[in-house]
Design a protein around this ligand. Structure first.
Ligand code: CA
Ligand code: CA
Ligand code: CA
Ligand code: CA
Length: 489
C-alpha cells in the first residue's frame, strides 16, 4: 500500500482546467475540482481562430514526469505556432513546470532549455540512457527533439547524435525495450506528408467540407507518412530499424497514438498503433527483431462492421479482470469509440455496444484516453478527452460543436460502463489527457501521457512511456487517491 499523505501531486493545465479527483471512499460518487488557478500554471497554447489547416489542429501534447528526481511529478506542455507565425521560431513557447510539492508549480523552462523544440506536437519522457534521470522526447512537425536530462535542471539537445530526429510530421511516440537488450527503444508515428509552401486550400475539395460547410482539408485526400522504430544501441545512439522490423508503415497510414503492451505474456512488448482514417495496426513481436501486423485477424483494425475509423487515442487495460489486456480506441465524430475485449491470445471481440461505451462518443471527436480506477472500486474506468477539429462545427446545421465535454465512463463491474458527467468542467476543445498514477506523489514506475495522437493507459503498466499531442487546450487532471484505498501500481 502507498502510505497516506496530506498533499497529493498536483497536476496542471492550460486554458482548460486542472481537474482533481477526490473521493472519500469507494462507494461515493466521483467529483472533480478545477485547481488550475491554485496550481499557478499559466501555460496557454497558441492557436489560430479558424484552423484553416490541419497542421493547426493537432498540437498540444503534455508529458508528466519527475525531471528533477525529487519524487514529485512535473509537467511539460508542448506548444506550436500557427501557419501565419511559422516563420517566427519563438512564437510558441513550450513550457516545463516544476512541482513545488505544495500544490503549486513554477515555470523552469528557460533554465531547462526546452522551450523551443520546433513545431511541437507531443512529448514523452523516458530514461533512454539508463542513468536514473528521465529524458524528454518531443514529436514535431519537422525534426523531433531528444533532450538529455543533465541532472541539474538543464537538458541538452542530443537529437543529432542520437539519430532520432525523424523530419516528418510526427505525432505519437512510445518507448519500450522491444528486443530485450535492456535499452529502451523508440517508436514514432508519423501523420500526414504536408508542406508549408503547398498547403491544401481551405474548403476546396471533397475532403474539405463538413456538413456542407468549408473546413480544413485532411487527412483524407492527403498523402500519409510512414512510421519509425529506432533501436537503442546503448551508446547514446539509435539505429533506424523500421524497415527490417516490419513497422515502417509502407501504406502511409495517418499514425496517431501508439502504445507498447505485452499482449501474450512472452515478455516481448507488442505494439498497437491508432491510425486516423485508416486501419489500425497490432504488431505482434516475433521475438527475432521483427513484427507482424495481426490487427485484422485479431479484430482490432476496424469497426465492428468493417469500417476504417478516425482513430486518435488508445488505452490499454484489464477492465474485466480477465488477466488479459484489452484495447480502447477513441475515434472521430459519427464513429464510435471501440472497446476490443481480449478473449484469447491476439483474439479480440468488439464489445463497444454491449459494454455501453459506444453510443455516448458518437457525436464527439475523441482524443486522449485512459483506463483509470477513479472510484477505487477495483474496476478500471475510462476517461476520454473530446473536442472537434473544426471551429466551423459551431455553425448551424452540424448537430455538433467545436468545444465538447470530456467523458468518463464508470466501470460497473459487469462488463458495462455508465457515462458520467463532469460537474466542474465546461465543454472545451481537448486533445491531451495525462493520468497521474495512484502513487501518492512518488515517482511512478511508468508514466502515461496521452493526447490527440497518442495513447497509453493508466492501470495498465504495459509501456514504459507514451507520448501524446493535442490542441488548443490541454487538460490534465489531478488524480488524488484517498489514502484508505490507495493502491500500488
Ligand atoms: Ca519533480
Ligand atoms: Ca537519462
Ligand atoms: Ca532495446
Ligand atoms: Ca472503478
Amino acid at each position: 500500500m502507498t502510505p497516506p499523505r496530506a498533499h497529493l501531486p498536483c497536476a496542471a493545465a492550460t486554458l482548460a482546467a486542472c481537474l482533481s479527483l477526490v473521493t472519500t471512499h469507494a462507494a461515493d460518487p466521483v467529483t472533480f475540482t478545477d485547481v488550475t488557478k491554485q496550481s499557478r500554471i499559466t501555460f496557454s497554447h497558441v492557436w489560430s481562430t479558424d484552423k484553416k489547416y490541419i497542421l493547426e489542429s493537432m498540437s498540444g501534447g503534455v508529458a508528466v514526469f519527475d525531471f528533477d528526481n525529487d519524487g514529485w511529478l512535473d509537467v511539460y506542455f508542448v506548444n506550436s505556432p500557427t501557419v501565419a507565425t511559422a516563420g517566427e521560431p519563438r512564437s510558441a513557447r513550450s513550457e516545463l513546470w516544476r512541482n513545488q510539492a505544495d500544490g503549486t508549480f513554477v515555470d523552469v523552462t528557460d533554465k531547462a532549455g526546452v522551450g523551443y523544440p520546433g513545431w511541437g506536437m507531443g512529448a514523452v519522457s523516458a530514461d533512454f540512457d539508463s542513468d536514473g534521470w528521465d529524458d524528454l522526447y518531443v514529436t514535431c512537425y519537422g525534426t523531433n527533439r531528444l533532450y538529455h536530462n543533465n541532472h541539474n535542471g538543464t537538458f541538452s539537445d542530443v537529437t543529432e547524435t542520437a539519430g532520432v530526429g525523424d523530419p516528418r510530421w510526427s505525432t505519437g511516440a512510445a518507448f519500450a525495450d522491444y528486443d530485450g537488450d535492456g535499452w529502451l527503444d523508440l517508436f514514432v508515428t508519423n501523420y500526414v506528408d504536408i508542406r508549408l509552401n503547398a498547403l491544401p486550400e481551405f474548403g476546396k475539395g471533397k475532403f474539405c467540407e463538413f456538413h456542407g460547410i468549408p473546413v480544413q482539408c485532411g487527412p483524407r485526400g492527403l498523402p500519409g507518412s510512414g512510421d519509425s522504430l529506432f533501436r537503442n544501441k546503448g551508446d547514446g545512439t539509435f539505429e533506424d530499424v523500421s524497415l527490417k522490423a516490419g513497422v515502417a508503415d509502407h501504406a502511409g497510414r495517418f499514425g496517431m497514438g501508439a502504445v507498447w503492451t505485452d499482449f501474450n505474456g512472452d515478455r516481448r512488448p507488442d505494439l498497437y498503433v491508432a491510425n486516423d482514417a485508416g486501419a489500425n495496426y497490432l504488431y505482434k513481436n516475433n521475438g527475432n527483431g521483427t513484427f507482424s501486423d495481426v490487427a485484422l485477424q485479431a479484430g482490432t483494425a476496424l469497426s465492428e462492421d468493417g469500417k476504417e475509423q478516425g482513430s486518435m487515442g488508445v488505452a490499454i487495460g484489464d477492465y474485466d479482470h480477465s488477466g488479459r489486456w484489452s484495447i480502447f480506441v477513441t475515434n472521430f465524430a459519427d464513429e464510435y469509440n471501440a472497446l476490443y475485449r481480449h478473449d484469447k491470445e491476439f483474439q479480440f471481440t468488439d464489445v463497444s455496444f454491449a459494454s455501453q461505451t459506444a453510443k455516448p462518443g458518437v457525436p464527439l471527436v475523441g482524443w486522449g484516453t485512459h483506463f483509470l480506477d477513479y472510484d477505487n472500486d477495483g474496476w478500471l474506468d475510462l476517461w476520454v478527452a473530446n473536442g472537434h477539429v473544426y471551429p466551423q462545427a459551431d455553425k448551424p446545421g452540424t448537430d455538433t460543436s467545436y468545444a465538447q465535454a470530456d467523458e468518463y465512463y464508470e466501470n460497473q463491474g459487469a462488463a458495462h460502463f455508465a457515462v458520467r458527467a463532469l460537474s466542474d468542467a465546461p465543454p472545451r476543445v481537448s486533445r491531451a489527457a495525462a493520468a497521474f498514477p495512484p502513487f501518492a506523489g512518488r515517482r511512478p514506475a511508468s508514466i502515461d501521457v496521452r493526447s490527440c495522437a497518442s495513447a497509453g493507459a493508466s492501470g495498465a503498466p504495459p509501456a514504459r512511456a507514451k507520448a501524446s499531442s493535442g490542441t488548443d487546450e490541454t487538460i490534465i487532471r489531478k488524480a488524488a487517491w484517498p489514502p484508505a484505498v490507495s493502491k500500488e501500481i
